[in-house]
Design a protein around this ligand. Structure first.
Ligand SMILES: Nc1ncnc2c1ncn2[C@@H]1O[C@H](COP(=O)(O)OP(=O)(O)OP(=O)(O)O)[C@@H](O)[C@H]1O
Ligand SMILES: [Mg+2]
Length: 256
């Protein structure tokens, strides 16, 4: 569904992506992994047309994506949730979601119910300003906004960043250290991570949606993805079934 060939990207003189290759098969959930600063976000921005590329090809569903301006890419059916959940803080939840409608290929008028089904909290906070939501809620809103497009390919840049994934197991250990308020927060975060993971799985299973996910947290990646691609220093260095993501690869490319 998405094929990247020989992609080179520069920030000025700085060569950041090197002959990068990536294949995202239709219907797959693939996790793009790699240490901080290796070029994961840069790659996604190149896909979305937010950064120019020096050379290479990006094909999506038979279209040469790299030849299109940014504003023509999303309406082909690509939903993009940028790193750091860039919602509009001064607009309400409802307004944030409706912005996604503009790029909906079917010219949908209303925000699809499915989004509120998956993230019920959004339905209860429609009139609240985006900036007043918690980090986890903002992440759900950012994903919801991308889903309004009814994408065939959903791209998520570190959706669990800043939301602790292993907290469910951690709770027992940290219980003594935390005061009640923090504990509630941790519980809420755990629930949100679970909800996001379940939403990704459901989109994949029920809608056959293809998902390209940047994820540094191994348990989350193993949970939701079937394939992985590791990026190191701007190159794709390993790819395969998620079951083949072994300790050697993890040690060599993922742990700090
Ligand atoms: N606008 C920019 N101008 C110059 N260099 C940049 C710019 N944005 C990113 N870089 C550099 O490009 C490299 C890749 O950055 P990128 O954000 O793509 O990494 P990443 O893999 O997404 O990292 P992280 O896991 O921390 O999000 C880094 O060395 C970064 O400092
Ligand atoms: Mg990044």
């Amino acid at each position: 569904m998405l094929t990247i060939e020989g992609l080179n990207q520069y920030y000025g003189e700085s060569h950041t992506l090197w002959d990068l290759e990536l294949e995202v098969p239709e219907g797959a959930v693939i996790s793009l992994m790699g240490r901080n600063g290796v070029g994961k976000t840069t790659l996604l921005k190149c896909l979305m047309g937010l950064l120019p590329i020096r050379s290479g090809k990006i094909a999506f569903a038979g279209v040469e994506l790299h030849r299109l301006p940014a504003e023509r890419r999303a309406p082909l059916g690509i939903g993009y949730v940028p790193q750091g959940r860039q919602i509009f803080p001064l607009l309400t939840v409802e307004e944030n979601l409706k912005i996604g409608l503009a790029a909906n290929p079917r010219r949908l008028r209303r925000v699809p119910e499915l989004i509120f089904e998956m993230f019920p909290v959004l339905g209860t906070m429609l009139k609240r300003r985006g900036g007043d939501l918690s980090g986890g809620q903002q992440q759900q809103l950012a994903i919801g906004r991308a889903l309004v497009l009814e994408p065939r390919l959903l791209i998520l840049d570190e959706p669990t960043e800043g939301i602790q994934p292993n907290v469910v197991r951690e709770i027992g250990r940290v219980i003594r250290r935390l005061n009640q308020e923090q504990l509630d927060q941790v519980r809420e975060q755990a629930a949100i991570v679970r909800e996001i993971g379940m939403a990704v799985q459901r989109l994949h299973r029920e809608q056959g949606m293809t998902v390209l996910l940047v994820e540094q947290k191994l348990p989350f990646a193993r949970w939701v993805a079937q394939r992985f691609c590791i990026v190191d220093k701007g190159r794709a260095v390993a790819t395969g079934a998620i079951a083949d993501l072994n300790d050697d690869l993890v040690r060599q490319y993922l742990t700090v």
